[in-house]
Design a binder for this molecule. Structure first.
Ligand SMILES: Cc1cc2nc3c(=O)[nH]c(=O)nc-3n(C[C@H](O)[C@H](O)[C@H](O)COP(=O)(O)OP(=O)(O)OC[C@H]3O[C@@H](n4cnc5c(N)ncnc54)[C@H](O)[C@@H]3O)c2cc1C
Length: 404
């Protein structure tokens, strides 16, 4: 077993670490300040476009996409340590590198299942970072962790499809640059095979009947830097039949294909978020004194720091092993490990960030440190892309099967 990164990964890591130090970290406060002056708070601050141009110039662009024709052609194992670094600044770095969800998953879907026309009209500008996109599956009225519950209808009407339904927590949709929605709905709600009832269809933002109703908050945060999380209604939305992605009934399978890489990307960035929390925890512990000695000398604080380090090392190894399996035996072969990291990483990282919050006292929950926002972001990943319990259920079933 070789634990070293290969030469290409090392080269990109060096470049990315330099980019983070010189550009991303200094831009965090600037982005915040620029956003406070925007006429539309959902717009993109100018500094983000400058960061994108600089990242592209440095070859730090579309690193997530293993497909060399459209992306950087990195393996999952090569991308993992790079995504981790972007997790140090999750509000800015993934977007700057054109590696932010949900665009990444949507680009993968279009590259893998889109027609030539879909690729030209939507994938090309997404790869160029000219537009953003959204993925609309979850619905307020039904338990959407079970995709067979989805109620949105996609009905054939001559040369068109007509879409009716309500979605919420649609990430990125508040940003006016979000020009295209991939919508999951049912083309055959009464079909015998419940996993063939769903289809996915492309709906341009300006289609009549598509209404972005409101921004949903996350623990009170509006998450402007990620384009928010919108509630969206579709009322007699009519699009050409050619907007269907793949075939009728293929939506469930496309959703499964989309979520595998998305889940590991979240876990990679979460490890970066944990590293940022550990760094903040240590800096704070050595710089503050309470009851006559530096906080760093308190045994309980040392335990938090040691436990956080041990946890991060364990998580990283499991994430790297999963990335390697995805590269060598495919996403299906890595199913158990993908679920294992999706269960283990968010909840462990929530705990690490929580210790860092505690160590910072009131500052930890304030707007002056990134910890409160990091905590909220990590906590949502116990729900988004499948709640913990759904992954636990499926992993346990596969484990039990061996003994039946
Ligand atoms: C910040 C954020 C961003 C998101 N972005 C998007 C997006 O861009 N697009 C999109 O479509 N969706 C998005 N979502 C929605 C997310 O994917 C869903 O919230 C998630 O799939 C769960 O669906 P639900 O909310 O309907 O919960 P439900 O399906 O109602 O489940 C609620 C709870 O029930 C329990 N449960 C469910 N099934 C089981 C089981 N089998 N065993 C045990 N317990 C179970 C779990 O505790 C679960 O958390 C986002 C959510 C958040 C918080």
């Amino acid at each position: 077993m070789d634990f070293a990164f290969d030469a290409r990964t090392e080269e990109l890591r060096t470049e990315l670490l330099d980019f983070m130090d010189r550009h991303i970290r200094p831009a965090e406060a600037v982005a915040h300040e620029q956003r406070s002056r925007l006429a539309d708070p959902w717009d993109t601050p100018a500094i983000v476009d400058e960061l994108k141009a600089e990242a592209r110039k440095r070859g730090l662009w579309n690193l997530f996409l293993p497909d060399a024709e459209h992306g950087a052609g990195l393996t999952n194992l090569q991308y993992a340590p790079l995504a981790e670094i972007t997790g140090h600044s999750p509000q800015l770095a993934p977007t700057a590198l054109n590696c932010a969800a949900p665009d990444t998953g949507n680009m993968e879907v279009l590259a893998q299942f889109g027609s030539d026309e879909h690729k030209e009209r939507w994938l090309r500008p997404l790869l160029a970072g000219e537009i953003r996109s959204a993925f609309a599956m979850t619905e307020p009225e039904v338990a959407s962790s079970d995709a067979t519950n989805i109620r949105t209808r996609i009905e054939r009407a001559g040369d068109d499809y007509v879409i009716n339904g309500r979605k919420w927590y649609i990430s990125g949709a508040m940003n006016p640059d979000c020009r295209i929605f991939i919508v999951m709905g049912k083309t055959d709600p009464d079909g015998a095979d419940t996993r063939r009832q769903q289809s996915m269809i492309l709906v341009p933002r300006d289609t009549p009947g598509l209404t972005v109703e409101r921004a949903m908050s996350v623990y009170g945060y509006e998450d402007h830097s990620h384009g928010g999380h919108a509630e969206v209604t579709f009322t007699d939305v009519r699009v050409p039949a050619a907007n269907l992605i793949g075939e009728e009934g293929g939506g469930f399978a496309i959703a499964q294909a989309r979520l595998g890489p998305g889940r590991i990307h979240h876990c990679m960035r979460l490890i970066g978020m944990a590293e940022r929390a550990i760094e903040l925890m240590c800096r704070r512990a050595v710089s503050r004194t309470a009851f006559g000695k530096p906080i760093a000398q308190q045994g309980v604080v040392q335990n938090w720091i040691a436990d956080a380090r041990v946890t991060v090392e364990q998580l990283r190894l499991l994430v790297l092993k999963t990335a390697w399996l995805m590269d060598t035996v495919g996403n299906r072969g890595a199913h158990t490990e993908i679920q294992a990291i999706k269960i283990a990483t968010p909840r462990a990282v929530v705990g690490i960030i929580d210790s860092a919050v505690q160590l910072h006292g009131a500052g930890g929950v304030s707007q002056d440190y990134p910890l409160a926002e990091l905590w909220a972001a990590a906590r949502t990943l116990r729900l988004a892309d499948g709640p913990d319990e759904v992954h636990q259920r499926s992993l346990a079933r596969r484990e039990l099967k061996k003994y039946l």
